[in-house]
Design a protein around this ligand. Structure first.
Ligand code: G
Ligand code: MN
Length: 378
């Protein structure tokens, strides 16, 4: 067997003297130290070399270290992150923990022994974390398949109408006809396995922005996000493709994921709202963390899962749940959507129960272009 090459640790700091000290202090450690004074160069190195951990200064001329590390987390989720700073402001600390999820927050001056101890721990933690799903051990062709599927993935649009049958909005849905990853669920599963969900969502947001700039979709466009993407630094910046359209975008977060597993989610949702985005709780009633997520997100829109809508006209429990939720939502100024409406009876019943908006095959199927008229059968 060929011995594995030592892990690479990248140091980013605008003080060349500090970097020189680090190189000296760590020269006997079982990892390769690479240094740079520039964030731009750091990204280039990360793209071209198999870096295992990044240690970054907080105050740098190009961008805050915590922001840089948050970006590293999204572009290279398997790279361990550590902050080394002389000025630990509360704001920087919060960003380092919530957005960059650093392994450790070190303060200057930091002894070489502390530094090497921290790095040893970080690299060991990384080994354990990757043992389950290390992209380098995943067969190369899975990565290639994901990339090919992502490349040719597109979005389709499904109309959402109001109680009078007027077009209100569309929901963006991912589509793929890749030969292996042939449906969105397979594509998303592969993305999760390779820690690339963020890439999928970014791609959808790019398509969504294109749709908004070229077609009439109604008052709003609903865009699904995996909950982790709520923390994507790009989404919180003016560079996100959806940034100019925020006031017309409703970000859908599914109740199927426990928000407790995403630290800092409340604060992130608050910042997204401040940017103009509205938040929808998707799939409510599918039987996961529903009411907990409801209280947590305080959504602008609630979407009842099709499991709740199916056969609602003949089921008093489902009907009762929808009735009380629509009442509560109305009192709280939250819009309600009934999803997956397929039958005329379901439509009549959800409207009677007070749903504001309707989506489903009965109204319109997902299609590559937005609907200009809908099949309204009242
Ligand atoms: O989780 P979310 O609600 O975003 O999922 C929407 C999915 O439901 C899409 O894949 C869409 O094609 C599908 N869908 C939309 N309307 C209907 C419907 O009326 N019936 C069924 N069975 N599926 C639907
Ligand atoms: Mn949805």
């Amino acid at each position: 067997m060929v011995a594995a090459s030592p892990p690479v640790v990248l140091f980013v700091d605008d003080e060349p003297d500090l970097l020189e000290g680090v190189r000296l202090g760590l020269r006997r450690q079982p990892f390769d130290v690479v240094t740079t004074t520039s964030v731009e160069e750091a990204f280039r190195l990360l793209d071209t070399r198999p870096v295992a951990a990044v240690v970054s200064d907080e105050r740098m001329p190009e961008m805050a270290g915590s922001r840089f590390l948050a970006e590293v987390r999204h572009r290279h989720p398997d790279v361990e992150r550590i902050i080394l700073t002389g000025h630990a402001s509360t704001e920087a600390t919060i960003a380092a923990i919530n957005d960059a999820r650093v392994f450790r927050f070190l303060t200057k001056p930091c002894a070489s022994s502390d530094l090497s101890e921290t790095l040893t721990e970080a690299l060991a933690a990384r080994e354990i974390r990757l043992a389950g799903h290390d992209p380098s051990t995943v067969e190369r062709h899975v990565v290639e398949q994901l990339e090919a599927a992502l490349e040719q993935a597109s979005i389709v649009l499904q109309p959402i109408v109001d109680a009078n049958g007027r077009l209100f909005a569309h929901e963006c849905l991912l589509r793929t006809d890749h030969e292996v990853l042939s449906n969105p669920t397979q594509l998303l599963d592969a993305a999760v396995r390779l820690a690339r969900q963020g890439d999928v969502d970014r791609r959808v947001r790019r398509h969504a922005a294109e749709v908004l700039s070229t077609s009439d979709v109604g008052a709003a466009l609903f865009v699904n996000l995996v909950p982790d993407s709520l923390l994507d630094p790009l989404l919180h910046s003016d560079d996100d493709p959806l940034a100019p359209w925020a006031h017309r975008v409703v970000l859908e977060v599914t109740e199927r994921v426990d928000l407790d597993t995403i630290p800092g989610v409340d604060e992130a949702v608050g910042r997204l709202r401040a940017r103009g985005f509205r938040i929808a709780l998707d799939d409510l009633g599918s039987g996961f963390s529903g009411l907990t997520s409801f209280a947590r997100l305080q959504p602008d829109v609630v979407k009842f899962d099709m499991a709740l809508v199916r056969g609602v006209h003949g089921n008093t429990t489902r009907g009762g749940l929808i009735r009380s939720m629509t009442r509560l939502c109305r009192d709280m100024g939250i819009l309600t959507v009934a999803e997956g409406v397929e039958e005329r009876e379901e439509l009549d019943e959800v409207l009677r129960l007070g749903c504001d908006l309707i989506q489903g095959y009965l109204i319109g199927r997902p299609a590559s272009a937005p609907s200009t008229s809908v099949d309204w059968v009242r």
